[in-house]
Design a protein around this ligand. Structure first.
Ligand code: NI
Length: 277
């Protein structure tokens, strides 16, 4: 039985490859999460960079809390079922008036996962109007299976390899995905999506949380993930621990271990071993 999405909305997700908006947090609570992120950024001397942008739920209690948030998991359960692993979390931040962009791509390209039952919850920490470089989705493109990508390593591109699809998205086919702070979108791992630069005076901050059912396997490395709902009777992933305090020693060690495994999978075939700034 769906908990948040109606049967029609689940059917549309299967057809189009996405669903939005879903209200996760009231605006004031979203603001509180943003404040915690920004306090952390001030303490660290700048935006989260490199490895710290990834698997953030292992470093900070608030990021972990969000990856386990019932309002997110209820919607995710409607798509992938009641047993849920959080496989990764990543911040996609575009500073005010910045050229950062994300080329058209499919998330699945370098992830090494055995099936396409992977859903991304993209949670807006700040309002993300179209002009801020909101995501754009190509409806139905998840049904085309894996499309060939080329790596660009463009420094303004927020993706790990600057990868982009080797075909053009037909003009007029993209759907804008504006979100208010505290709302999320859900998208399928094979959905072609991208986003433009931020031309507004505020930051665009997205927290992308990737969820999988535990029968999914990682084909490239022995990988880790965090059980956030239900049971894992498969053992395909080593289970990651919750951080007890922000950036404490145990959290840093768990994060280092997990990120090393991800980097190994994502950068296989290149000479890179860590995430780019
Ligand atoms: Ni993506």
């Amino acid at each position: 039985m769906p908990k948040v999405l109606s049967d029609a909305e689940v059917a549309r997700y299967r057809r189009d490859g996405f669903h939005f908006p879903v209200r996760v947090l009231p605006a004031a609570e979203a603001r509180a999460y943003r404040d915690r992120l920004e306090a952390q950024e001030r303490a660290l001397g700048g935006p989260l960079q490199g490895n710290m942008r990834h698997k953030v739920h292992l470093l900070f209690t608030w990021a972990n809390e969000l990856a386990r948030h019932p309002a997110i998991l209820d919607a995710v359960e409607d798509i992938i079922g009641p047993d849920i692993l959080c496989w990764s979390t990543t911040f996609f931040t575009k500073e005010a008036r910045s050229p950062s962009f994300v080329s058209w791509h499919q998330d699945a390209t370098y992830w090494g996962l055995s099936t396409d039952e992977v859903v991304t919850a993209w949670v807006a920490f700040a309002d993300a109007p179209v002009e801020s470089g909101a995501m754009r989705f190509w409806p139905g493109s998840h049904l085309r299976s894996q499309i060939e990508h080329r790596d660009t390593f463009d420094s303004d591109n927020l993706l790990s390899r600057g990868q982009e699809i080797a075909v053009d998205v037909p003009a007029g086919e993209g759907v804008d995905v504006p979100l208010k702070a505290g709302e999320m979108s859900l998208h399928h791992v094979l959905l072609v999506h991208g986003s433009g630069p931020n031309t507004t005076d505020d930051r665009r901050i997205g927290y992308a949380i990737r969820y999988i059912p535990p029968h999914v396997r990682q084909l490239k490395v022995r990988d880790s993930a965090m059980l956030v709902r239900g049971r894992d009777t498969f053992g395909n992933f080593d289970h990651e621990p919750d951080p007890r305090r922000d950036l404490d020693e145990a959290a840093l060690a768990a994060h280092r271990d997990a990120v090393e495994r991800s980097a190994k999978a994502l950068y296989a075939g290149t000479d890179r071993t860590a995430f780019r700034a």
